[in-house]
Design a protein around this ligand. Sequence first.
Ligand code: SF4
Length: 257
Amino acid sequence: MTEDIVADAFTAAGYTNFKRQVEVVYDGDVPIKAHLDFVFFSKAKKTLSVLEVKSPGKTPDTPYSSWEEQLYLQMGLLAKKYPDYTVDKGAILCLNLAYGEVAFFNGYTPDENIFSGLMDRARKLWSDYQGMKREEDIELATEPSPLCGFCNYISTCPRFEAEEVPELAELVGILDELQARQKELAKEIEYHKKGLLTIVSKRGPIKAGGCFLREVSRNRKVFNMDRLEAFLSENGCSPDEFKVNRPYSFLEMKKVV
Ligand code: SF4
C-alpha cells in the first residue's frame, strides 16, 4: 500500500522513468534474488538509481543498518545485472502512514567493498545452510542486530554472556517498567497533541485547563541535499566522503529470558 502511494505520487508529479518491484537475480556462486521497490532510469545518461521504501511502526532518526545493507546489496546486484548502465545512487524513503511522518535518507552510492563484504556474508550463510542440510555440525556465527530482541536463542547466545548481578535486578526491573510506560505515554501524548492541534488550527488560539494553546509554525534551516549533491558531484565528490564516525555511548538493555 505504501509503495502504491509513492508510485501514485511520482506519477502525479510527472515521473514516468521508473519501474517497480524490479527483480534482480545474482548470476554467481550463491543464489540471491532481490526485489527493488523502485528503479529510476535514464536511457540518455545510461544511469540507474534505487529507491527502497520502508513503512515501519516508528520512524527512526537515522536509517537502520539493515536497511542500508539491503540498499548497498541492491545497488551492487543491479550494477552486475546491467553492466551497460551506471548505478549512480540509492535512497531510502520511510513513510509512517499512522503518524503521517516522512523521512528521506539519501546520498548513497554503490560501494564495492561493502557489496563484496555482504556477498561474503551471503556465501557463508548459504554454505552453512547447505552444511546443515547435510546434517553437519555447523557453528553458526552470531551477529548482534536490532533483531536480537526477537531472537529465541538470546538466553544462550554467546554475544549476551555476562556476569549475573542479582543485586541490580530490582533497579533494572524499575527501569524496564518505566521505559514501557514511557512508550505508552509518548503514544498518548502524541495522540492528544494532534487532536488539540487540529482544533486550534481551525479555531485559532484558545484557553483551556489553565493553558493557552495555539498553532505555532517555525522555520528550520535545512540543507538542500539535491543541490549539495549536484555541487559535490560537479566537483568530483559525494556526500558520503564527508560522513564521519562520531562515537557515542548508551545503555543497551535487552530481555534475555
Ligand atoms: S541473540 Fe545472538 S543468535 Fe540471536 S540474533 Fe542476536 S546475535 Fe544472533
